[in-house]
Ligand binder design. Structure first.
Ligand code: G3P
Ligand code: CA
Length: 345
């Protein structure tokens, strides 16, 4: 047993230290249950999210990208996580090393998909350089303006939290996606150890107030609802996952009149935490936005990279947008007279 002191934002909005004793398995439950975690809220303004830290500007899911996004001014850093063989939470979109932006210790591009994150220790994972796009790959073509940063490693989530704290930044939020695939259980940790490890890391850093957890695999969100019911949950959807109930907590999308109603059913009414519907932007209609908001959810489409689409979605009344190009979204917001997130800190 150990004692941790952390700052929680309680329901009255006051910040005060909270000391709780807990055993390792109950860590997340014990600490998070007492802490309100306000999520995206229309009253707090439009949520500008830098996808993978803003992949259009800096190498994805690296500390360099997250620092760049904070310098620019975003509401939220979007990122993806996995669990290493030694159970460290690391920031990676891919469940296995991606040859499109990964070089080995000798500086050679990986010729093909590399080992899974789950099969490597943190030390092994951090032997690779993810600071530059492979010029031979088509993957990087839409991100030609990305500024390389040779030497960047796949970071730990703890390192991101430490970097943000070291900068004295107290406002940027984190939208953290658990990368799971119900069809590929051997590629990652199982949902429960992954979610528990993630919640433990969030607690250790005292970041519960600034976090939203997102997943296409709604098993992870159900676990978050049980273990940390006051954390905001973002239900990711796309046509592919909506066709397969393994992604949607066993619910059949065809049994529901609309996707917002499906998400609402999955999220339930129990928790106090905000529920976010995060759809693929091209699928979204104004009627769906209105329905989701009427059901008490916020709407956060991904991944929107064209200015015209950003303007259209702003006009549609979405609550935020996830983009690889936070600089372009800031311009679009400026054009629509929206207040901009503070730059720097
Ligand atoms: O946050 C949603 C978005 O990140 C989902 O797509 O594949 O880039 O993680 P992906
Ligand atoms: Ca993601």
């Amino acid at each position: 047993m150990e004692t941790v002191t952390m700052a929680c934002s309680l329901l009255d909005g006051a910040r005060r230290p909270l000391a709780i004793r807990f055993g390792p398995l109950l860590l997340a439950t014990a600490l998070l249950a007492g802490c309100a975690a306000p999520g995206p809220d229309p009253a707090r303004g439009f949520d500008l999210q830098a996808h993978r830290g803003g992949r259009g500007m800096a190498p994805e899911n690296t500390l360099a990208a997250f620092a760049n996004a904070i310098d620019l001014g975003v509401t939220t850093l979007e990122l993806d996580i996995g669990l290493t063989a030694d159970n460290v939470v690391v920031i990676s979109h891919d469940t296995a090393l991606n040859p499109d932006h990964t070089r080995d210790a000798s500086g050679a591009w990986l010729p093909a998909t590399g080992p899974t994150i789950r099969s490597m220790t943190l030390a092994q994972v951090q032997g690779y350089d993810v600071g530059r796009l492979n010029p031979a790959s088509n993957y990087g073509k839409p991100f030609a303006g990305q500024q390389p940063r040779d030497g960047e490693r796949i970071p730990t989530l703890a390192a991101l939290f430490a970097m943000v704290k070291a900068r004295g930044n107290e406002q940027v939020r984190f939208n953290i996606e658990t990368k799971l695939d119900p069809g590929k259980p051997d590629e990652t940790a199982a949902p429960e150890p992954m979610v528990r490890a993630l919640l433990a890391e969030i607690d250790k850093a005292g970041m519960a107030r600034r976090v939203t957890l997102q997943s296409f695999d709604w098993r992870a969100l159900a676990l978050v609802g049980q273990l940390a019911p006051q954390l905001p949950r973002a239900y990711l959807t796309t046509a592919r996952t909506l066709r397969d109930s393994r992604w949607t907590q066993g619910l059949n999308a065809g049994d529901f009149a609309s996707t917002p109603l499906l998400v609402k059913a999955a999220a339930g009414d129990a928790g106090k935490a905000p529920v976010i519907w995060s759809p693929a932007f091209a699928d979204l209609t104004p009627a769906q936005v209105q329905q989701a908001q009427a059901l008490g959810m916020t709407v956060l489409p991904w991944t929107v990279n064209q200015r015209a689409d950003m303007l259209r979605l702003l006009d549609m009344g979405v609550d935020g947008v996830i983009t690889d190009f936070p600089d372009v979204l800031r311009d679009a917001m400026r054009e629509r007279g929206r207040p901009l997130p503070r730059a720097g800190a």
